[in-house]
Design a protein around this ligand. Structure first.
Ligand SMILES: [Fe+2]
Ligand SMILES: [Fe+2]
Length: 278
């Protein structure tokens, strides 16, 4: 299946015309059969950037949500107002209350809109814990088992406990990745890779029974990873001979520079306007 990905929202811009950057992520996915939107950014850039890049949000067959953080879900109302009623795929935990806490300060980082409000704009939520085929050759991973010993999660991410008072580490079970079965092999599109990139790679191969990953694109969260986790992730990228790595968002510039130094031409920045074809 021929596939084209275009980054619509990201922290930086990669084209010199009419687009804006924001902390967040969104990716437009075109296939032989249908087009889709994976994540929506915070909501500042999704409409402007889709117009500038000529990616018609009225033509998407479904929206997929990688996880319930504000920087991936905040653009949902804007997209729904353009698209009208549409299926929205994700994990049941996307509506959890979430808090970022570091250096003595806290901040709400959960989805900034209520389910009822989004449904009033036409969202038809399809929330599942397992892998879902969203369309021909297009899969949302479902919960990714946390197997790798090197991937410890991000301690600054917390969620409100059931008693409504205490914070506890956020398991981010809702962290899902998009898997496209393209002509050149699997393409994995990450939101923030909170499940761990090694875990995501291994799970995608196991579940699809494919051997070849052509490309990975999106937020790797390697900007928050230990040196050990970073090194082990590089080893896995080499082991599976992944041909294209387009990093975005929570990768951060220092880790992106290190990846470029190691991967050379296989590396690219997944900035607003970056594309990948297969
Ligand atoms: Fe993020
Ligand atoms: Fe996130």
């Amino acid at each position: 299946m021929k596939t084209k990905l275009t980054i619509l929202c990201e922290n930086s811009v990669g084209v010199p015309f009419g687009v804006i950057g924001e902390h967040g992520f969104a990716c437009y996915v075109e296939t032989d059969n249908r087009n889709y939107l994976f994540d929506t950014g915070q909501g500042f850039g999704i409409i402007q950037n889709s117009l500038a890049l000529k990616k018609d949000l009225r033509e998407i067959a479904a929206i997929m949500i990688s996880h319930g953080h504000y920087d991936h879900t905040g653009g949902l109302p804007a997209v729904l107002q353009v698209r009208g009623p549409v299926d929205v795929y994700g994990h049941p935990d996307i509506f959890m209350d979430r808090i970022w806490s570091a250096e003595g300060s806290t901040r709400y980082i959960g989805i900034p809109h209520s389910r009822r409000y989004l449904e009033s704009l036409g969202a038809r939520f399809r929330l599942e814990t397992g892998m879902v085929a969203v369309g021909p050759g297009v899969f949302l991973s479902g919960e990714v088992p946390r197997v790798s010993a090197f991937e410890k999660g991000d301690a600054k991410m917390t969620a409100v406990a059931d008693d409504g008072e205490k914070f506890h580490p956020d398991p981010l079970k809702d962290d899902l990745s998009l898997i496209v079965d393209s002509d050149k092999g699997l393409i994995i599109v990450l939101g923030c890779a909170h499940a761990g990139l090694i875990n995501i790679i291994e799970y995608a191969l196991k579940k699809t029974r494919q051997k070849k990953i052509f490309a990975i694109i999106g937020g790797t969260h390697l900007g928050f990873a230990s040196d050990e986790q970073f090194d082990e992730t590089l080893k896995v990228i080499e082991r599976y001979n992944i041909e294209r790595i387009g990093v975005s968002h929570c990768t951060g510039l220092p880790r992106a520079s290190m990846l470029h130094a190691k991967l050379k031409d296989r590396f690219f920045f997944g900035s607003v306007g970056s594309t990948l074809e297969a």
